[in-house]
Design a protein around this ligand. Structure first.
Ligand code: MSP
Length: 500
């Protein structure tokens, strides 16, 4: 207890000079199929992963599923299946959804995999070696939907303070983690690394809670059977959260070379309801194991549907697969990232989606591509200059991404798109001939090529479509310099369809 734990300032370049980028989503419970809330986090992570790949970084983008725990076991029982068979069937739906949504994850971890279990056991061994695990008795409450232990004083009118649902009384033998020992080191971590918990408004909430004191944490369940057996005492299974958080290490093969290359994670992305687990419990586990800490945990807000909380009983749960049968994948990706400032709660409404499709996507971007490619049909060759490059402020866009302001990043890309539309209107190329026409068309094609690169993390298949019509290869950020256009344009179908 008296032992002093040294906390180093976590610098962006602690181990790797800006060359790698490891980003994670939460691993989702397989008690049910994915909905638009899961899709939102995963799309945002995908945009960031794709962006960093274009910067030339070595990206590792991880997602997966949380297969264990009482919540999944209960859902399996209700479905008349074994937990494993049930998990297997739901996981398929996750794979299907992420494929459809063009999610470019590098791996997909499941907590029922052997490679995961092996690392979890190692983590418990390290925590035990640090003297941080002891046996006791847990008496209190448990919220199954949130898989969370709660004290009497945390309950609100006898219900879970987080989800408002019923809780169950638990009194059982349990192993505990000395979380209390890490109160000071955690506060020191937050103080020395002001961006560790982002966004800022959530940071203070966590600090306030940690300052009131941390109780040791029950980390095993005796009455739950669906989980990883606790090493050395198989009548207990590991509490699902300790199991789940370990995925960030198991997927990168701790302690093998892959781990050495990728750890610490650059961003753990999630929604606000599970920030506590990522900003408090996870770093405490890592401190106990004497392992480096992630650089950032970022909690975004909650998505409501047409202004209402999403729930099965309300019948308003949005299935991302059904949505993409009606609207293009890229328009859904674009909408979610453009509509909601990352970190804020936001609303999904079809009306707002349609308005952005018809406005920004069809009119501003799609029509621009269509106009330019029509004009290009009138030219045999082109020669231009880089006069439009001055309308592009890439640094500004990059800063927005760095600051997790993805909606602003899109806005700045659209500022450039608007400026190119303005250029056409001013130059009136339909009135031009010969060299003058060739110059304007060249500048426009070159701008479209650059736009194709910039939109590709947000709308990968639209970028591909555009590149195909321009007759250019997919570029990266090193190709943003103007004056490189050497494609063979051929007009194809409009990039987006207007929605009636
Ligand atoms: N299994 C845990 C996470 C373990 S991570 C080590 C879990 N799973 S979950 O299936 O409940 O997923 C929660 C996450 O799904 C949220 O943190 C968020 O990323 C996403 N979302 C679920 N519903 C959402 C909304 N309504 N709005 C925004 N994000 C949503 O918790």
């Amino acid at each position: 207890m008296k032992e002093k734990i040294a906390i180093k300032k976590v610098s962006r370049d602690t181990f790797h000079p800006k060359s790698k980028f490891y980003i994670t989503t939460p691993i989702y419970y397989v008690n049910d199929v994915p909905h638009i809330g899961h899709a939102y986090t995963t799309i945002v992570a995908d945009v960031l992963a794709r962006w960093h790949r274009l910067s030339g970084e070595d990206v590792f983008f991880l997602t997966g599923t949380d297969d264990h725990g009482k919540k999944v076991a209960t859902a399996a029982k209700e479905a008349g299946k074994t937990p494993q068979a049930f998990a297997d069937s739901v996981v398929k739906r996750y794979h299907e959804a992420w494929k459809k949504l063009d999610i470019s994850n590098d791996d997909f971890i499941r907590t029922t995999e052997k490679r995961h279990e092996r690392v979890v056991i190692e983590i418990i061994r390290l925590m035990n070696k640090a003297g941080d695990i002891y046996k006791g008795e847990y008496e209190g409450w448990y919220c199954v939907p949130d898989e969370t232990f709660l004290t009497e004083t945390q309950l609100v009118k006898g219900k879970c303070p987080e989800c408002g649902r019923d809780v169950e009384k638990v009194k059982e033998e349990s192993y505990f983690f000395r979380l209390s020992k890490y109160q000071k080191p955690l506060l020191e971590l937050y103080r020395k690394n002001p961006d560790f918990i982002s966004p800022k408004n959530r940071r203070q909430e966590i600090i306030n809670r940690v300052q009131t004191g941390l109780k040791d944490l029950s980390i095993t369940r005796e009455t739950v059977k669906w989980g990883i057996p606790f090493p050395g005492d198989n009548k207990h299974v590991l509490w699902v959260w300790i199991d789940a958080l370990s995925n960030y290490l198991s997927a990168i093969e701790y302690p093998e070379p892959k781990y050495k290359k990728l750890w610490p994670a650059d961003i753990h992305l999630m929604a606000k309801e599970i920030l506590w687990f990522h900003a408090v419990i996870w770093p405490a586990i890592l401190m106990s194991c004497r392992l480096p800490l992630p650089k950032k945990v970022f909690a975004h807000g909650w998505l409501t549907i047409e202004g209402e909380k999403m729930s099965k009983s309300k019948g308003n749960v949005v299935d991302p697969l059904k949505l993409t049968e009606k609207y293009s994948v890229d328009s859904v990706r674009y909408f979610l990232v453009r509509e909601i400032p990352l970190g804020d709660d936001g609303d999904f409404s079809e009306k707002a989606l349609i308005s952005r499709i018809n406005g920004e996507l069809v009119s501003d971007l799609g029509n621009l591509a269509s106009r330019v490619l029509t004009l290009a049909e009138r030219c045999k060759s082109y020669q231009g200059n880089d006069e439009l490059s001055r309308n592009l402020d890439f640094k500004k866009i990059e800063n927005h991404v760095e600051n997790m302001e993805l909606h602003h990043a899109i806005n700045s890309i659209f500022d450039f798109i608007h400026s190119v539309n303005k250029y056409i209107n001013e130059k009136e190329p339909w009135k031009l001939e010969g060299k003058q026409l060739e110059q304007v068309v060249y500048n426009l094609l070159e701008s479209l090529r650059v736009i194709g690169i910039l939109i590709s993390p947000f709308m990968p298949s639209t970028a591909e479509k555009l590149n195909r019509q321009l007759g250019v290869k997919a570029g990266s950020f090193k190709d943003l310099k103007f004056g490189k256009f050497s494609g063979k344009p051929r007009k194809g179908e409009h990039l987006f369809k207007r929605v009636a």
